[in-house]
Design a protein around this ligand. Structure first.
Ligand SMILES: CC(=O)SCCNC(=O)CCNC(=O)[C@H](O)C(C)(C)COP(=O)(O)OP(=O)(O)OC[C@H]1O[C@@H](n2cnc3c(N)ncnc32)[C@H](O)[C@@H]1OP(=O)(O)O
Ligand SMILES: O=C([O-])CC(=O)C(=O)O
Ligand SMILES: [Mg+2]
Length: 300
């Protein structure tokens, strides 16, 4: 049976340092869709063991109340990733975020280590999902192969900080430097049938630019965004949850297409807008998103 978590709602995926008790003890109270316990860049090099112990303790003792528990392991170019995978799987995380993925082979290496750990710690085979963070120009060039690399892989994420370093530029706040990568990632993810997440926005005090960036991400087709602070959750959830107006319109489109089809009519208008069968999947998707977000009250 397909793992039901492959397609869950992931509007917000919130990073937190796996070593900090103050952060890991109750992040679910802010109601992000996923938390991402970080063993990578938020953890200092000489604290990697401490962070792994803290992660294991947190995952085996804290009830995160249905919030997805993702672990960001260290990259394949470090001496840490094997132990990160073992501890994450032993502790029963839901998913592993692989940083700095450059090829399908990178995913295969982690997949193999995850399967080995599932056997070692008696966890159901296939229960640990994967996601791949694209953080380099090579990763962008290989993104379609990465998207198709594993049945465990539910999605990919753009990691703009490292990516812009590789591109030899920096984050400007305008989105110009990320435009190409964002477009490539979302096209590849949709073609491969996996989810796609936008990068973090680190200027916590600039909510205006943040809101603009989140709107662009939704318009481009992303499923959600990596975030670094609970203050960012409300904005992302508001923008990534269909509004009442969108839901009502989607309901009308679905109902009218069904009715008109039976009458042999292919094209007509709804609220002054032309509608034909091509609008059906989009309207259905709005209703599915509203259902997943818990804001749908209709009966479609
Ligand atoms: C480029 C990359 O690699 S990004 C990925 C790695 N980065 C991270 O993991 C960083 C995660 N975020 C953080 O550590 C913090 O939000 C910081 C350091 C950015 C800012 O910290 P602060 O200025 O203390 O945040 P702020 O004042 O908004 O905190 C308010 C409350 O939210 C909590 N909080 C802040 N960030 C988080 C978080 N990411 N997850 C859960 N709780 C959080 C704080 O503990 C605090 O709780 P309290 O009121 O009970 O004390
Ligand atoms: O995944 C992210 O958005 C954070 C990150 O590692 C980066 O920007 O390099
Ligand atoms: Mg990074």
């Amino acid at each position: 049976m397909e793992n039901p978590n492959l397609k869950r709602l992931r509007r917000t995926m919130m990073f937190l340092n796996a070593q900090k008790p103050g952060l890991i003890k109750d992040p679910h109270v802010y109601k992000p869709d996923s938390i991402m316990l970080d063993l990578e860049d938020a953890v200092a090099e000489n604290q990697k063991d401490v962070a792994r112990f803290s992660l294991y303790h947190a995952l085996t003792t804290i009830d995160y109340q249905g919030v997805e528990r993702v672990v960001r392991i260290n990259g394949l170019d470090t001496p840490h990733w094997q132990e990160d995978v073992r501890v994450s799987v032993a502790a029963g995380c839901d998913s592993i975020r692989i940083p700095k993925v450059e090829s399908a082979k990178d995913v295969h290496i982690i997949e193999e280590a995850v399967l080995k750990a599932e056997k070692e710690f008696d966890r159901p085979e296939g229960s640990t999902l994967l996601m791949a963070a694209i953080e380099s120009t090579m990763g962008v060039m290989n993104v379609f192969e990465i998207c198709k690399s594993s049945e465990r892989l539910f999605g990919i994420a753009l990691s703009g900080g490292d990516y812009t370093k590789d591109l030899q530029t920096s984050i400007s706040g305008t989105g110009v430097e990320l435009a190409g990568a964002r477009q490539q990632l979302i096209i590849a993810a949709r073609a491969a049938g996996v989810m796609c997440f936008d990068t973090v926005f680190t200027n916590l005090d600039d909510m205006e630019v943040f809101e603009h960036e989140v709107k662009i991400a939704r318009m481009m087709g992303f499923d959600g965004k990596s975030i670094v602070n609970p203050r960012q959750i409300e904005t992302v959830h508001r923008i990534f949850t269909p509004s009442e107006k969108e839901i009502i319109f989607a309901e009308k489109v679905v109902t009218e297409i069904d009715e008109k089809k039976a009458q042999g009519i292919g094209v007509f208008t709804v609220d002054g807008k032309m509608v034909d069968i091509a609008f059906y999947p989009g309207a259905k998707r709005v209703i599915e998103m509203a259902k997943a977000a818990g804001v749908y009250e209709g009966d479609l």
